[in-house]
Design a protein around this ligand. Structure first.
Ligand SMILES: [Zn+2]
Length: 58
């Protein structure tokens, strides 16, 4: 049996849509400076909707 889901996990980021990259520098308050990078495929959603999806249900 195959469970049906409305959204599929993005193949590019495997669901981890936003990755925080450490730049190596530190902010004046001591915290590490990180850059949030969103996946270009799912645009940070972590899921990809099937392309041919339209409002099939009425
Ligand atoms: Zn993605």
């Amino acid at each position: 049996m195959m469970p049906q889901t409305t959204a599929r996990v993005c193949h590019d980021c495997d669901g981890h849509a936003t990755a925080h990259i450490t730049t190596g520098t530190r902010a004046p308050d001591g915290t590490r400076t990180t850059l949030p990078v969103h996946c270009g495929t799912c645009h940070g959603t972590g899921t990809t909707a099937p392309r041919a999806v339209k409002a099939a249900t009425r």
